[in-house]
Design a protein around this ligand. Structure first.
Ligand code: COA
Length: 353
């Protein structure tokens, strides 16, 4: 594929479709409390989460990504794209990337397709990559998907993490447009600090420590997180990144109509919103019903907000994320006119992916 940007200095990536998918099986706090040493009150007080969705044994990340991608393409009104970018920490396999399979299953034969790994910041990084493909003239339309199946890497017996994470996928379609039109992606802020790489990690399974059962412990083969430190870093990094992107655009928190942060934990979201000076009712809180869905959380929260009319054309929207790496990032956009979208947990109108 080759697209030229010659003569289009104001070329911008514009949001033109979105969709989300949550697996059918919903697990509430009482179901977890029945098999773990925890209870609904502890989970709700510490995380704000009431339920999460868990993929069926036969469902992998690509299955969820295809379902969300299909919905986003339908919402955008056309099936064509030049590239598919999938943000995920839980690819179907270590090799190859998941995006080419997702593209093939969506009938997008021959398009550019690659994965982005930035843990819970993955969607913002993927969005920046997708926008870059458009503004550089490499692509005219890009499907950006965030998809994760954390139930495959979190130890089901680990009460700290099993209550926090959920599975899901969300997707946005970007088209070529011009800066200043509704839906145009504005400034980005992206950052990382690899000196804290062990704060959120799956120790085994890569080139540093292959995941042979005889040479690794169960803990090393599963997701581990130093919760209290992550809480502190997440709150300050998200606040800082959000401020940076607002400053870049000459805006303040008063100009933000809807704040859609990575859905890490309700307490983190409330802390960041308060630190930014944003009222709680401007902040998306999809985490209550889906848990932390990692790379999927921002597009899922956007889809849910759009389906429930919490986002209206013309709203200025601030996206901010934090994740393992450490990584963080933010983006601003003005909400465009989009067709209605199905709520991510609604499945009755279509068959399983
Ligand atoms: N149910 C009941 N008790 C639990 C529990 C659970 N699910 N998980 C941990 N506990 C216990 C701990 O064992 C500890 O007990 P102790 O005092 O007897 O040692 C106690 O609760 C407090 O544990 P602590 O880890 O200090 O809890 P916390 O208030 O920090 O909450 C998290 C734990 C994970 C909810 C919290 O640290 C957090 O939200 N961190 C950020 C996570 C996140 O959002 N990550 C994604 C970022 S991208």
């Amino acid at each position: 594929m080759a697209v030229s940007s010659a003569g289009r200095p104001d070329r911008a990536a514009v949001l033109c479709g979105l969709g989300g998918w949550l697996p059918r099986h919903r697990v509430d706090n009482d179901e977890l409390a029945a098999r773990l040493d925890t209870d609904d009150a502890w989970i709700r007080t510490r995380t704000g989460i009431r339920s999460r969705h868990v993929a069926a044994p036969h469902e992998a990340t690509s299955d969820l990504a295809v379902a969300a991608g299909r919905r986003a393409l339908a919402n955008s009104g056309t099936h064509s794209t030049d590239a598919v970018v999938v943000a995920t920490t839980t690819p179907d396999r270590t090799c190859p990337a998941t995006a080419p399979l997702v593209a093939a299953r969506l009938g997008l034969a021959g398009v550019a397709a690659f994965d982005v790994g930035a843990v819970c910041t993955g969607f913002i990084y993927a969005l920046a990559a997708g926008a870059g493909l458009i503004t550089s003239g490499v692509a005219d339309r890009v499907l950006v998907i965030g998809a994760d199946v954390y139930s495959r890497i979190v130890d089901a017996d680990d009460r700290q993490n099993a209550v926090v994470f959920g599975d899901g996928a969300g997707a946005l379609v970007l088209r070529t447009g011009h800066a200043g039109e509704p839906g145009a992606l504005g400034s980005f802020d992206l950052g990382s600090d690899g000196t804290h790489e062990d704060m959120i990690t799956v120790a085994a399974g890569g080139s540093r420590l292959p995941a042979e059962a005889s040479r690794t412990s169960r803990a090393e083969r599963h997701f581990a997180m130093r919760g209290k430190e992550v809480f502190r870093h997440a709150s300050s990094r998200m606040t800082q990144s959000a401020r940076t992107v607002l400053d870049c655009s000459g805006l303040t928190a008063d100009d933000v109509d809807r704040f859609v942060p990575h859905q890490a934990n309700l307490r983190i979201l409330r802390t960041v919103a308060t630190d930014l000076g944003l009222p709680a009712d401007r902040c998306a809180t999809h985490v209550e019903r889906a848990g932390n869905t990692c790379a999927a959380s921002i597009p899922l929260a956007l889809t849910d907000d759009h389906a429930n009319q919490a986002l209206r054309p013309g709203d200025r929207v601030l996206l901010t994320a934090f994740g393992g790496g450490l990584t963080w990032g933010s983006c601003l956009l003005t909400w465009p006119e989009l067709p209605p979208a199905a709520e991510p947990a609604r499945h009755e109108e279509e068959s399983a992916p």
